[in-house]
Write a protein that binds this ligand. Sequence first.
Ligand code: SF4
Length: 494
Amino acid sequence: MTITQPNNPHTYQIVTYGCQMNVHDSERIAGVLETAGFVPSETLPQPGVPADADVVVFNTCAVRENAGNRLYGNLGHMATVKAAHPGMQIAVGGCMAQQDRATVIARAPWVDVVFGTNNLGSLPVLLERARVEHTSQVEIKEALEIFPSNLPTRRESPYSAWVSISVGCNNTCTFCIVPHLRGHETDREPEAVLAEVRALVAVGVQEITLLGQNVNTYGVERGERQAFAKLLRACGEVDGLRRVRFTSPHPKDFTTDVIAAMAETPNVMPSLHMPLQSGSDKVLRRMHRPYRRERFLGILNDVRCALPDAAITTDIIVGFPGETDIDFEATLDLVRQARFAAAFTFQYSKRPGTPAATMPDQVPHAVVQERYERLVAVIEEISWEENQRQVGRDVEVLFAEGEGRKDAGTRRLSGRARDNRLIHVALPDTVEQRPRPGDIATVQVTYAAPHHLICDAPLTGLIRTAGGDAWEARERAEIGMSNAGRPGIVQGAD
Ligand code: SF4
């Protein structure tokens, strides 16, 4: 649908909270709005506080305990902004909209549209209806009618792209609201996934990340065996696609055919994000995570046998209800054995609507904090040691947008190694030698910190890729539109 626009087209901004799913959904929301005639707002808002767009969309996340407080705080601020900006419209989408469908308008009556995770494509119509009828519109669909990937998408990056293979989740992790809000897993046909991948590569994309809540159950609903491994191998056949990643796997469903596909498909990267959550079997049981620590360690061992240079990262929750000192020590012990390259650590907090929120034996905050600090210290020590093993090695880096770490006057561009480690690379003196975001080079690691590597040696083997060309073309096109180079979508502060 194209909305009839006045002489100056309406502008939009999207503030995104939460995970990669939401980031990718925001790309679709942007695509849907632009197809309807909206344009990205030219002025960068303050982080999390958009101020000048005709339409401001909050794409919300319900995962954190205080997500609601933050949303209603932001909406409270927007009441003043809207009062000073006649005609402005505010839309709330994402998981909080799905969860709080009945209360958003009651608590913030100046919100024009509330839309669910299953009806992103309806946003322009709902905005128009709200404008014409002068009433707030709420549309939350329980079931997925169109796979979101069929919606127009405004990609944030011209060289690296998310590609959804499924939405929803069939698991019942007791700390997680996703199955409640996003429904059961629905998979895309492999032909549709591969067609999207090929189309992205044709416009310069060098790297894709296959996205699903549990990629390892991909194809199960169709009764297809080893479907995810086959999909990885099929991505390996796509000419011009240099890097394939995926997130998230599930230890319960992770099978050796996937490890073989990773090892035998050259463009599948040697990195694996394998969520652990806890190293205690008792806590895993309470979390409804049906694998045990030995199984988890066995997977890591199998992956490292097949891919010796794989960097393995994880997620860990500290202080889940009922977690004792002994349980926590089991997590520390597993972390020491697993030697993760990095770990995302979370202090457990109640997430309304989840079974864990009402479990007895909630762990006092001070205890959670103390365990969290001990865990982070162990993880940092290990990730620093692992990073130090990289010093002196030649690694291939795919450069990304945004200036890298700068010190002592050395300007650097950041990027990702094949194993997904973050690298800051010193910029060569001459412009001709400088990589653009989307280009690839080989660099030698000269220094390691816990969370990144530094490469201050001269880079070699610079490959000017179609991704770099696409980035440059987009920059040229956007000069004058925005000093951000990526207007329209901003990341909210979590
Ligand atoms: S696997 Fe568990 S944590 Fe992940 S989305 Fe599904 S229910 Fe949530």
